[in-house]
Design a protein around this ligand. Structure first.
Ligand code: SF4
Length: 280
């Protein structure tokens, strides 16, 4: 109990208020940019290619969807060829990525809408549209929600939007930037709008790609590695103190770690860090 109080009162442990301040957001963005250098996760610059690439990424690993998209492009090198392919042919081409028939139906449905709107299989015309018009059109495509629409806009149309994928949602929640209105993996559409409004427009790309990197490397859903996370001095949910604050070892305590950290693997990692003798 004494240790919990000591950790809670340390000046370097951010309060929930600090976790929600604009300054805190800038500090986080700076740390993440220095670590991950805005790595773009192999996203594409053509808006229709990017949309198909995102569909291929549903419910699979990064390696898995890159291989799936590559296989699709080997079978159908152009969008002209893909636009006249049957569902069975597309399903076969993307089989390795899982949910292949569902994804094939979605791809074919998207080509149908795009073809009837623009007369050819391209989304290039969106480049001259306003953000609101782009998002409105993309949201009409089969199976496309705000996250996917904004990914296309961010990566392929150069817009200052902030797609909220599972990683961005989880990291933002743990950093105290947004309060969950429902307990799911990616927030409601309203949550996505609220979260998008927080980063300054020119920081949105950097924060988005770097939060994905952090979510994959440290801030995982069930076993966040708070001890080694580069944000651990800025995170209100961290259960450790910085190295050197209380001697030469980091201090950790299961009662002070986030709910998600309190599982076997998390405790195991935390237990590697000895508590200083004054608290033993
Ligand atoms: S300190 Fe832990 S909870 Fe906070 S961002 Fe890092 S891994 Fe996630």
């Amino acid at each position: 109990m004494l240790l919990v109080s000591a950790i809670a009162s340390t000046p370097n442990r951010p309060s929930n208020m600090r976790g929600r301040s604009p300054k805190h957001l800038l500090e986080v963005a700076d740390v993440l940019r220095r670590r991950y250098r805005d790595f773009n996760h192999y996203n594409l610059t053509d808006p229709l290619d990017e949309l198909i690439f995102i569909i291929c990424s549903t419910r699979t690993t990064e390696r898995g969807y890159r291989d799936t998209y590559r296989a699709l492009r080997q079978r159908f090198p152009t969008n002209g060829g893909l636009s006249i392919a049957s569902v069975a042919e597309i399903t076969e081409a993307i089989r390795q990525g899982g949910l292949s028939r569902k994804k094939a139906l979605q791809i074919q449905g998207i080509f149908g809408v795009v073809q009837s709107r623009f007369g050819r299989p391209t989304l290039d015309e969106l480049r001259s549209w306003s953000d609101a018009d782009c998002e409105g059109f993309l949201l009409q495509l089969p199976g496309v929600g705000k996250k996917v629409a904004r990914c296309v806009m961010l990566y392929a149309l150069g817009r200052y939007v902030f797609p909220v994928d599972e990683n961005c949602w989880r990291v933002s929640s743990r950093l105290g930037w947004i309060r969950r209105t429902r307990r799911n993996r990616s927030g409601s559409p309203r949550d996505e709008d609220r979260l998008q409004s927080k980063p300054p427009p020119r920081l949105r790309y950097s924060l988005h790609v770097n939060m994905i990197s952090l979510g994959r490397e440290f801030c995982s859903p069930n076993n966040p590695n708070c001890v080694e996370c580069p944000l651990n001095s800025l995170c209100p949910e961290i259960g450790t103190r910085r190295m050197g604050e209380m001697g030469s070892v980091a201090v950790s305590i299961a009662n002070a770690v986030p709910e998600k950290c309190q599982n076997g693997a998390g405790k195991e990692r935390l237990a590697l860090h000895r508590m200083p003798s004054t608290f033993e």
